[in-house]
Design a binder for this molecule. Structure first.
Ligand code: MN
Length: 242
């Protein structure tokens, strides 16, 4: 059986992505599932996207959509100048996209359009950027963009009483739909951790690459973890998202 590698939020930290990918014992049929947020943070937003376009041509990849990918896409389409976005890492992406040729820009727009909102594998494991709220699963979400903005799934998993039986009527129905759920979006550095965190059957792989943490990859079968150095140390001249 092939390996399934799950990659957390990158946020323009291409040096960290290359570093951690180099640590993997890669084989030809491995599957790489990227949880989204490729941009907004460190200075290499467009470079990260170019790298992922190349990487996905030579490897089996699932590329998921993060809220920041949607924000950058909206900006690139010239739809709005979102001040909230600019303050949350948008400025760095804007700069990184300044001098791109029309041809490459077109390729990048296609990349953003092709991102998936969620992915369910043959072992009934769900992968998505943020979370979902519908009791029947992410495919039933009334507002489709919930799956890359939601924080309630993670909040619920964190606050769940570990003694509550799955058969209890109060057990959250959302968690019973899938064998495991892999998310990014809410950095675990916020709760003082730097390794992927597991609560109930939810695995949070966002180890704060945009802030003071490393970039992490987890093997979904064995739960082995590989990490870059703290990403901010690879961009000493930059402030990141702070
Ligand atoms: Mn993120």
């Amino acid at each position: 059986m092939h390996k399934t590698y799950v990659i957390g939020d990158i946020h323009g930290g291409l040096k960290a992505l290359k570093q951690v990918l180099d640590l993997l014992p890669k084989a030809e049929d491995d599957l790489f599932i990227f949880l989204g947020d490729y941009v907004d943070g460190w200075s290499e937003a467009s470079e990260t996207v170019s790298f992922l376009i190349d990487f996905s041509e030579g490897n089996n990849c699932v590329l998921l959509r993060g809220n920041h990918d949607e924000l950058v896409y909206t900006f690139l389409k010239g739809k709005e100048n979102n001040t909230m976005w600019l303050a949350h890492g948008g400025e760095s992406s804007k700069k990184s996209y300044e001098n791109l040729s029309k041809a490459i820009l077109k390729e990048h727009l296609k990349f953003f359009e092709k991102l998936k909102n969620y992915y369910i594998d043959s072992s009934n494991r769900l992968y998505l950027h943020a979370g979902f709220t519908n009791q029947n699963g992410p495919q039933h979400e009334y507002f489709p963009n919930t799956v890359y903005w939601d924080r309630t799934l993670w909040e619920m998993a964190c606050s769940l009483n570990p003694l509550l039986a799955k058969t209890d009527t109060n057990y959250p129905k959302r968690l019973l739909l899938f064998k495991e759920i892999y998310i990014g979006h809410t950095p675990v550095t916020r709760i003082g951790k730097t390794k992927p965190v597991n609560h109930a059957n939810v695995w949070n792989i966002d180890t704060g690459a945009a802030f003071k943490g490393p970039l992490s990859i987890i093997d979904a079968n064995t739960k082995e973890v590989w990490q870059s150095e703290p990403v901010w140390t690879l961009y000493p001249e930059e402030k990141g998202r702070n």
